[in-house]
Write a protein that binds this ligand. Sequence first.
Ligand SMILES: NC(=O)c1ccc[n+]([C@@H]2O[C@H](COP(=O)([O-])OP(=O)(O)OC[C@H]3O[C@@H](n4cnc5c(N)ncnc54)[C@H](O)[C@@H]3O)[C@@H](O)[C@H]2O)c1
Length: 418
Amino acid sequence: MAAISSSMISVGSAVSCHVQAGKISKSRPSSLSIDVPTVTKSFSGLKAGSAVRCDSESSFLGKENNAALRDSFITRSAKSVKSYTRQFQPQASTFKVAILGAAGGIGQPLALLVKMSPLISDLHLYDIANVKGVAADLSHCNTPSKVFDFTGVSELPNALQGVDLVVIPAGVPRKPGMTRDDLFNINANIVKTLVEAVADNCPNAFIHIISNPVNSTVPIAAEILKQKGVYDPKKLFGVTTLDVVRANTFVAKKKNLKLIDVDVPVIGGHAGITILPILSKTRPAVTFSDEETVELTKRIQNAGTEVVEAKAGAGSATLSMAYAAARFVESSLRALDGDSDVYECSFVQSQLTDLPFFASRIKLGVKGVEAIISADLQGLTGYEEKALEDLKVELKASIEKGVSFAQKKAEPVTSSSS
Ligand SMILES: NC(=O)c1ccc[n+]([C@@H]2O[C@H](COP(=O)([O-])OP(=O)(O)OC[C@H]3O[C@@H](n4cnc5c(N)ncnc54)[C@H](O)[C@@H]3O)[C@@H](O)[C@H]2O)c1
């Protein structure tokens, strides 16, 4: 019964494929087979249904372009054996996921969305307060994963035992007038403490950092993991999916495109001008006037502030962030589960530029980052070239701020300072 439920809560498939009741195959009780007579392309992002088969060109998350994207960087000869008909069949419910900061504005809707994944066996919800009720509430949803609650630092090690993927949305959100860097001092300490616990209890887990400023908190996490001797750069991710989600939404609206078809790579970092949507690489191919490019780029860069101001003191983006983070979790779990066709943008250790961390499209695999995709940085427009050079200055400073915070914390206390 649980397996049937899991496929029925297949929001991704249901929305993306415009499933009508009559089109759901009844021949395979635990699978949702959608009969759309189009050439099958790959499927990425949040999709529930452990045995979902979706013969559609697109998913509701808009990452339907994997096949086309893959085509853009595989060799010509390899292209002749196109694998559009390949079907990925995820295994059922095997992964343990922990959300740290699960009672918060992002944590709660994220936990709900993640609870819908059929790939998860155990969902660990950790927070310093108020997490018991969230877990009790969520545990009534008849989806496969079991929900466990953990409150306070004494329960943190247990929250992380045996976990495959840790998501960290713990921290303070931005208030009007604050920049992401204003959050630095509070959130840097929170991320440091939590990542230390991850290093001690589940050093092989994928780590998704949501807490801002991501441009600094990811380098902090890397330093902490290095200090603990367990740093694997392939498994540490700054979550920038929301920038892609926003870019896709805004571009689709502006250009009157079918939303689920649009895919805009977003590179750089995750704050202000460091967020650089590469509009010239939008799929499907579409042209923008100079004015449209400037307007869209600025809107995508300032979309977080749009929400902060609209919420007028009640926090920053939570629902769209949860949606974006859930997509990134699902993509990571699919990669861990053996899907060899998963691409997302993320802020990771990188050699694409002269900066040690950089957001770009990456290919996800069982061991984490399998490849960093350089194609989006080639053949940039003059506007994008300049924006890339400009963002590097700010991004470099934010990365260095994170590194020096973590290194300073690691310095032994000297007698003169005691
Ligand atoms: N990466 C992104 O795209 C993005 C987008 C929006 C917000 N954010 C960031 O996500 C973070 C959370 O935002 P929110 O709106 O959910 O905030 P929130 O205040 O609603 O929730 C934060 C939660 O973290 C918990 N928390 C605080 N310290 C903790 C600790 N040491 N251990 C565990 N939990 C702890 C709090 O109890 C709270 O439940 C903020 O830093 C915000 O800036 C990131």
